[in-house]
Structures are given as structure tokens and as C-alpha cells.
Design a protein around this ligand. Structure first.
Ligand code: GLU
Length: 373
């Protein structure tokens, strides 16, 4: 179904609900009362025919309190990993308990960014989610923080939730936070107004996030939420940010419609939306104005338009595509290594062969392996 308003989300076939650390952990202790009402809301949704996947933060916050670590366990990566290992046990247990009250089986799924970046592992995670839902369980997903290194971490569960929604073919994502949604300026400034609907996460929308600062306990912040919204919108998934501080906040958000909804702007095919949601960029290709125009007409990126190559990558790497002023155009899988890209940048087809010593490929980034935006 098309999800156009927050209230439509109640009718979604498959909904991902992300719950931030600040909502689940208070003074180092689980916010049990709130958790119970969230579980009740999830049970009600399921009764009414919506399958629910939970993306739950809180492992680091819970574990840090138990280990007595400073800065909520976020002083450095080793602390965060240790805190997550301890906290995740408690977190999974809490979800099993509160969902169990409604005779719902909780299923823990811990994923790293690599699990969702690699197409084969992504499809594998998708199959597990599908099977769990089919079997009647509620998957409770978190990042596998105890093994993920800084380079291969999502770091925030907002983008993770959008990627999980994509993998699970969900129609909507609800990001519950300690704010009401996106404001047109910092919310504490006089006259700040909540934006109710966003059609396309443009640079202007991103500017509204300001410095993107968060409540302190989680690592998400508004910027991460907007990045999540971008992943969702291009996958044809509606995403909403709503306040989760009150009891029964899922039911309340769906009933009142208060929050910021990001409408899906386009539905790429499944492979392209996976590609567009990938995070681990290995380089940047900058192209000239002629090439920018050709790309926006749907052409492949060809060597004559390539003006600069950043990074050190192999053939098949994910690279960001930029215009001459550094503006981002999209991303794609490159057909050449960085050294080969540098060798043929700006060259015509015939010159490329002479430079490479072998027949060049049809494109530097083929349009089938490229997503705009
Ligand atoms: N995965 C982290 C945790 O469970 C939370 C990440 C976030 O704050 O979004 O503590």
C-alpha cells in the first residue's frame, strides 16, 4: 500500500520501528514502564495485521552503566564495544520479556554494515528477517557493536533501520526519538516550526538539521535521521520521525499524526535501491559539466568527462560521483581501479586503448550500476 500520512502507517503491511537509547535507558537503568507500553503497541499492531520489526538501541548505554564506564560508554571504540557486549544481553532479555507478556517471541538479530553492503550477505539477512516474520516472531535488530570497527560501523541505528526496512521490504519506518521531528530551525529558537511533510531530502532540508546534535545518549542526531530518510525515500519507503517519550508512543504517533514524515520519492528496483543505500564509499570521481548533463539524462559515466579521481580503490568499488563544484551526483560501482581511472581520465575511447594497452570497457561507471542523488 502507499503510505502517505503517518496514520497510514497503522495500515502498513510491514513496519520497522526504531527506538533510540534515550527512550530505553534512563540513568543507566532500563525504562521498563515505557518498554512495556511499546510492547503493548506492537502487539496491537500485529493483531491488526501489521508485521513489526524493532530496531533497538540502548546496548551501549545499558552496558556502560553496568561496567561503570565514563561518557555513557562512548569515550572510545573499545569502551563502546565492551559496553555493547554487556548491554546487548540485557537488552535482548528485556525485549524477550516485554514481548513475551503478549505471547510474542522476540528474535535477536545483530548486523554489521558489512552484512548489508555485500549483496549476498544482504540477501541472506533479508531471508532471515522474512523467515522470522513468517514464523510469527518479532525481530529485534541492533548493530553488532562489539565486533564492528570504527570504519565499518553504521554508528547510528537510524540508518541501520532504513537499511533493515529495505532488506525486509517494509513499507514504512518509524523513528522514535526524544524530539517531535524536524524543525525549520533549532527547536529552542523562538518561532521554530515542526515540518510535517518532506518530499525529497534536499540540501535545504539537510541545512535545517543544523549541527545535527543529539540528546547525548545515542549517536543518531537529526543528521543521521535525514540520512536514513534519504535511504528510505529512494527505496520507496515512507519514514517518519516522531516523539517516543510518552507512554504508548507508537499508538499515539499513529493516531495523532504528529511528527515529520518523509514521503518516498522514487522506487528504484531492488538492486539499485540496495546500491543507493550502501554506505562504504571508497573514492570520489569528479566529472565535468557536460558529463553532469549526460548523467542526469541517464547516461553512463565515460572517461572523457572524468576530471579527477580521489582514493585508492579496486575495480568494483563503490565510489561517490561529484560535479565540477564538488556537488554530489550519486554513487556507483566503478569498472576500473583508481590507477586506471587516473590513466584514462579525460581521454577519448581511442586514446584510452593506447594508454591502457588493452581494449577499454564501455564505461567508467555503467548506468546499470549507478544511482543518482
Ligand atoms: N547500537 C547502539 C546501541 O545499541 C546505538 C546506536 C545509536 O545510538 O543509534 O547502543
Amino acid at each position: 500500500m502507499a503510505v502517505n500520512t503517518l496514520q497510514d502507517m497503522a495500515e502498513a503491511k510491514r513496519l520497522v520501528v526504531k527506538i533510540g537509547s534515550a527512550l530505553l535507558v534512563e540513568n543507566g537503568e532500563p525504562a521498563l514502564g515505557r518498554l512495556r507500553t511499546l510492547a503493548a503497541d506492537i502487539a496491537k499492531l500485529r493483531e491488526d495485521g501489521t508485521e513489526v520489526i524493532v530496531v533497538s538501541s540502548g546496548a551501549i548505554a545499558l552496558g556502560a552503566a553496568r561496567l561503570g564506564l565514563a561518557k555513557g560508554g562512548r569515550a572510545n571504540l573499545a569502551d563502546a564495544q565492551a559496553a555493547a557486549s554487556v548491554g546487548q544481553v540485557a537488552l535482548a532479555q528485556l525485549w524477550a520479556e516485554v514481548l513475551g507478556t503478549h505471547d510474542i517471541t522476540a528474535a535477536q538479530m545483530l548486523v554489521t554494515i558489512g552484512d548489508l553492503e555485500d549483496r549476498r550477505r544482504y540477501l541472506n539477512a533479508a531471508a532471515t528477517l522474512e523467515r522470522l516474520l513468517e514464523a510469527g516472531a518479532v525481530p529485534v535488530v541492533n548493530e553488532n557493536d562489539s565486533v564492528a570497527t570504527e570504519e565499518i560501523r553504521f554508528g547510528d541505528n537510524d540508518r541501520l533501520a532504513a537499511r533493515v526496512a529495505q532488506a525486509a521490504n517494509a513499507d514504512a519506518v518509524l523513528l522514535l526519538s526524544d524530539v517531535d521531528g524536524l524543525y525549520d530551525r533549532p527547536p529552542h529558537e523562538p518561532g521554530a516550526a515542526l515540518i510535517e511533510r518532506v518530499e525529497g531530502v534536499t540540501p535545504e532540508v539537510i541545512a535545517m538539521a543544523g549541527d545535527g546534535s543529539s540528546s547525548g545518549m545515542g549517536s543518531g542526531g537529526m543528521l543521521a535521521k535525514l540520512q536514513a530518510a534519504r535511504i528510505a525515500e529512494r527505496a520507496g519507503i515512507a519514514l517518519t520521525i516522531a516523539n517516543g517519550t510518552a507512554d504508548h508512543s507508537i499508538a499515539q504517533a499513529l493516531a495523532t499524526g504528529r511528527g515529520t514524515m518523509f514521503l518516498p520519492v522514487r522506487a528504484d528496483n531492488a538492486r539499485k535501491s540496495w546500491l543507493g543505500g550502501r554506505q562504504a564509499l571508497e573514492g570520489v570521481l569528479t566529472v565535468d559539466a557536460g558529463c553532469v548533463a549526460a548523467l542526469s539524462d541517464g547516461a553512463s559515466l565515460l572517461a572523457p568527462g572524468l576530471i579527477e579521481v580521489e582514493g585508492d580503490f579496486e575495480r568494483g568499488a563503490l565510489v561517490s560521483l561529484h560535479g565540477p563544484k564538488g556537488e554530489r551526483l550519486g554513487q556507483g560501482l566503478v569498472e576500473y581501479s583508481a590507477a586506471e581511472c587516473r590513466a584514462i581520465a579525460g581521454l577519448k575511447q581511442t586514446e584510452q586503448e593506447a594508454r591502457l594497452g588493452y581494449a577499454p570497457r564501455a564505461a567508467v561507471v555503467h548506468r546499470d550500476h549507478m544511482v543518482q542523488g
